[in-house]
Write a protein of this length. Structure first.
Lengths: 262, 342
């Protein structure tokens, strides 16, 4: 049933990675979407005019853009508050004199186990979120649920954890041959047992030799950091690079299969 | 006011609140810490905002006579060499003191360390004096003005500027004229002007005349030599790296999202396969005759000859899409027939 619900949520959300700000959500969380700052998600391309673009960051952002970063009661960005904020009410004396006061959400420090990350994470969590986590069946399930309300109430911290969990899940799905962990599978079937940085290292001498003036290594490493694994492999293929040391070989695959059977 | 101007430190004195004179004294102390003996400063500096710059503010000019009213030289009348606004004092011809000068700062033709150095006399310790010659006897007397009063304005041809008239206060008849400048400003005949001035003919000579605004005044190729076209501040287009750096990573898809996408793709593939599998062939004779009968029955009902003529004209028009479809049908039929023949 929950699966059906999630499918329903996906269909209504039109499947965009950056949900629209004006999307309807539960009435109790209206403030979360009311006060969000509109994120500029313009896609820039090489050769575009710099004028009017604004500041160009020196490094790529580590996290995907979160549309619902809270601008008030900012502590909710540092834990799993589930959309709870400070509420206001009255103190009432015996003579019924009323004075303004605030009520803070019930926040506790907790160590929550993440199945995907294989660690316990120290978090500031509201007791309400703790109940929801139990109901959803763990922290990872809580974080990765796709309803629009969940995305809005995750908060920046939750968004960060969600990214880590999904990345870890993606990584866990890649095969492991007898201790040889695969980092990337190329469309032609090559399974790479090295990280991207090592391919950049391997690519450098070719590019350096190809260039008339030579290429600064630090600059090359920095600028190659934004390339995808696939692009790096394609470039190396163009130089007829020998991939035997960086990919899983047939005998290694067979050996690991034999061991599994045994 | 900038943010930094409003910024104060908790354990540090806020210099904005200190009286400027107090800063002057403190600075004097600091300056004299490393000063050579006999060359220490004695007069604190006046803050720039309080310095007097105009003759009417000061009341005196270089070349005036001054009566010293205080100090060891009291009673002497001396000529003013220079007014120093930063000390609010004057250098007088007769007020000097012996200073010991190090050899590196000796003047030309100086033979001894001891040097007669003019002392600063504060403006408060002097009074303006003026020389007066008796018309008949030729006797010289001095007038000392206790206070001065400025009245009216006149254009002083020697100073080349407007100056007020200077009177002894409460004595409207006693005017003390401003002294002549030591170096007459703009005097074309003076030696100094001749040395530094440019000839009027040279100054007015036109060496370049702009002919047209349509052409640049310098060759176009020179522009790149004058400016740096490779300056990093002039990069106008995004590089590949910059464009990529500006994009945040995408959130990976969750399992539910992947399942949904897979299902959708499967459905679409099925639909496409259905559509693709449908053969484009000629209609069967049965269908053709059925359509023909229907059309004939419709056309037979039409009485209006104009409409019939119009329909005739329409059927004569060749529709390119229709022709293309017909061609496709022919191709498909021939392709089907070929394997049969084999």
């Amino acid at each position: 049933m929950s699966f059906l619900k999630s499918i329903w949520s996906i269909q209504t959300r039109s499947f965009s990675q950056t949900p629209s700000v004006s999307h309807k959500t539960s009435k109790s969380f209206h403030r979360l979407s009311k006060y969000v700052r509109k994120v500029n998600d313009t896609q820039h391309h090489a050769g575009e005019e710099i004028k009017g673009i604004g500041k160009i960051p020196s490094q790529q952002a580590e996290l995907p853009v979160y549309q619902y970063e809270a601008r008030f009661f900012k502590r909710q960005n540092r834990g799993l508050y589930g959309g709870l904020q400070r509420r206001s009410g009255h103190t009432c004396s015996e003579a019924e004199n009323k004075n303004k006061r605030t009520y803070l959400p019930n926040i506790v420090n907790k160590r929550l186990w993440s199945e995907a990350l294989n660690t316990a994470i120290k978090l500031r969590v509201s007791t309400k979120v703790l109940k929801t986590i139990t109901k959803d069946g763990g922290l990872d399930e809580y974080l990765t649920k796709d309803t629009s309300t969940r995305i809005k109430t995750l908060g920046l911290k939750g968004w960060e954890l969600k990214y880590k969990v999904l990345k870890a899940r993606e990584f866990a799905q890649l095969p492991n041959y007898n201790g040889l962990k695969v980092y990337y599978i190329h469309p032609d079937g090559k399974e790479f047992i090295v990280e991207k940085e090592e391919l950049v290292e391997a690519l450098y001498p070719f590019v350096h030799r190809d260039s008339f003036e030579g290429v600064n290594k630090d600059k090359f490493v920095k600028e190659s950091s934004v390339l995808t694994f696939e692009e790096l492999v394609n470039q190396l293929e163009a130089y007829n690079f020998d991939f035997t040391n960086v990919t899983v070989q047939e005998h290694q695959r067979v050996a690991s299969e034999r061991e599994e059977v045994a | 006011m900038s943010v930094w101007g409003a910024y104060t430190k908790r354990f540090q004195r806020n210099m904005d609140k200190v009286v400027p004179r107090a800063i002057g004294k403190a600075r004097l102390k600091d300056q004299n810490m490393y000063a050579l003996p006999t060359l220490e400063q004695t007069h604190p500096t006046v803050p720039k905002s309080e310095q007097k710059t105009k003759p009417e503010q000061i009341g005196i000019l270089a070349g005036d006579l001054a009566y010293i009213s205080e100090g060891p030289q009291k009673g002497t009348i001396s000529r003013i060499l220079r007014y120093m606004p930063e000390y609010d004092g004057v250098l007088l011809m007769d007020v000097t003191s012996k200073k010991l000068l190090p050899k590196y700062s000796w003047m030309e033709n100086q033979t001894t360390h001891v040097f007669d150095y003019p002392e600063i006399t504060p403006l408060s310790q002097i009074k303006l004096a003026a020389k007066e010659k008796h018309e008949e006897t030729g006797e010289i007397t001095y007038v000392v003005a206790d206070e001065l009063e400025m009245k009216g304005r006149y254009f002083d041809a020697r100073h080349k500027k407007w100056l007020p008239r200077r009177f002894v206060k409460n004595h409207d008849r006693v005017e003390i004229p401003w002294p002549a400048p030591e170096d007459p400003v703009g005097d074309a005949d003076s030696e100094q002007t001749k040395l530094i001035a440019t000839d009027s003919e040279t100054a007015l000579e036109t060496t370049y005349e702009l002919q047209t605004l349509a052409k640049p005044s310098i060759p176009v190729d020179v522009v790149n030599e004058l400016r740096n076209p490779h300056s990093k501040y002039k990069k106008r287009y995004l590089s590949e790296y910059q464009a990529r750096v500006m994009k945040a990573p995408d959130m990976p898809l969750s399992n539910a999202q992947k399942a949904y996408l897979a299902k959708k793709a499967e459905q679409e593939a099925k639909q496409q396969a259905l559509h693709r599998g449908r053969p484009i062939t000629n209609l069967s004779e049965e269908i053709q005759s059925f359509i023909g009968e229907k059309m004939a029955s419709h056309i037979n009902k039409i009485d209006n000859p104009h409409l019939l003529e119009h329909l005739e004209g329409l059927s004569a028009i060749e529709i390119p899409d229709f022709a293309a479809t017909q061609q496709k049908i022919r191709d498909a039929e021939s392709a089907e027939q070929k394997p049969e023949q084999k």
